[in-house]
Ligand binder design. Structure first.
Ligand SMILES: [Zn+2]
Length: 281
C-alpha cells in the first residue's frame, strides 16, 4: 500500500509529463475502478490544461483550467507510468499497451500517463476544485503532516480526547492526513513511545517531539523517493516504488538498532506494529 512519501514521489514523477500541459486525448478503457469513473470523463478531460499537480493526503489532484480537478488514488495496486519524457538521465519510450491499462492520458508534447491497476483498488474522480473539501474521499481529513497547520498545539488538542493506543490515533486520518502503518511504526520508535500507550497519556515533553519526528521520517522517505526517481535504474517509467530501509518496520526478532533487544510484532486494529519493548515505553 503506497503511503504519503510514495504518493508524493509519484506526484513529482508526474510533474514533467503533466503540469502546465494540455490533455490532448483521454483513453478510458473501462467504466469503473474501485468505484464507477465519473460520467463523460474523457470529454471532460480532453483539451483541459493541467494548471497544477498537488497532493492531499494520499490523493493526487490535477487542477484543470476547466474548474475541475482530477483526483487520483493509487489504492493498493494502482501503478502510474509515464513515458515520452526524460526521467533523470533516461528518455522513457512509450511502452506497448498492457493489460489493465485502464486510463491513458495523452499529453501535449508527446508525454503519456498510464494508470494500470490489476486489482482495481485504485480510484479516479472529477471534482469541482472549489468544492474539493466536500468530496466524500477528502472531507474530514486532518491537516497535512508537512504543513503549517500541523503543530504541537494542534496535536496536543487532537490527542487529548483519545484514549485509544497512540498507534491507532496517529493512523486516524481525522488526526493527521496520510500517515500509514509503516511510517507510524518508525515515528514511534524514534520517539521512544510504546505503540500501545494511550494517546492521552503521553507526557507533554514526548508529545512535543512527535511533530518534528513525523516530519523527519516523512521527509527522509520523500528524499529517498526523489533519489530513486533521479537514478531510476529500471527506467520503465513506473513511479513511486523504491527500496527503503526501516529501523523497526518488518523486522520482527531482529535486534533493535539502538539496544539489540529483539524487535516485537503485535497486531493492533488488525495491522502489524513493530517496536522495541526496551526503548519504547
Ligand atoms: Zn531498543
Amino acid at each position: 500500500m503506497p503511503e504519503l512519501p510514495e504518493v508524493e514521489t509519484v506526484r513529482r514523477g508526474l510533474l514533467p509529463a503533466m503540469e502546465g500541459k494540455r490533455i490532448l486525448r483521454a483513453e478510458i478503457n473501462r467504466p469503473d475502478l474501485r468505484w464507477p469513473l465519473p460520467e463523460r470523463m474523457a470529454e471532460r478531460l480532453t483539451g483541459a490544461r493541467v494548471e497544477r499537480l498537488r497532493r492531499r493526503s494520499k490523493y493526487i489532484l490535477a487542477d484543470l483550467d476547466t474548474g475541475e480537478s482530477l483526483l487520483i488514488h493509487l489504492g493498493m495496486s494502482g501503478r502510474m507510468l509515464v513515458s515520452g519524457v526524460m526521467l533523470g538521465d533516461f528518455h522513457l519510450d512509450h511502452p506497448a499497451p498492457q493489460k489493465h491499462d485502464h486510463v491513458v492520458l495523452h499529453m501535449e508534447g508527446d508525454a503519456r500517463v498510464t494508470f494500470n491497476d490489476a486489482r482495481r483498488f485504485g480510484a479516479m474522480d472529477l471534482v469541482r476544485t472549489d468544492r474539493e473539501e466536500a468530496h466524500w474521499l477528502l472531507s474530514g481529513i486532518g491537516p497535512e503532516p508537512l504543513g503549517n497547520a500541523f503543530d504541537e498545539s494542534y496535536l496536543t488538542a487532537a490527542l487529548k480526547k483519545r484514549s485509544s493506543p497512540i498507534k491507532t490515533a496517529l493512523l486516524d486520518q481525522h488526526v493527521v492526513a496520510g500517515l500509514g502503518n509503516i511510517y507510524v511504526s518508525e515515528v514511534l520508535f524514534r520517539a521512544g513511545i510504546d505503540p500501545r500507550r494511550a494517546a492521552n497519556r503521553i507526557s507533554a515533553t514526548r508529545l512535543a517531539q512527535l511533530v518534528p519526528l513525523i516530519r523527519e521520517v516523512l521527509t527522509e522517505a520523500i528524499e529517498a523517493g526523489g533519489s530513486s526517481l533521479r537514478d531510476h535504474r529500471q527506467a520503465d517509467g513506473e513511479l513511486g516504488y523504491f527500496q527503503h530501509s526501516f529501523r523497526v518496520y518488518d523486522r520482527e526478532d531482529e535486534p533493535c538498532p539502538t539496544c539489540t533487544t529483539p524487535i516485537r510484532r503485535i497486531v493492533q486494529s488488525s495491522r502489524s506494529s513493530y517496536f522495541c519493548p526496551r526503548c519504547q515505553r
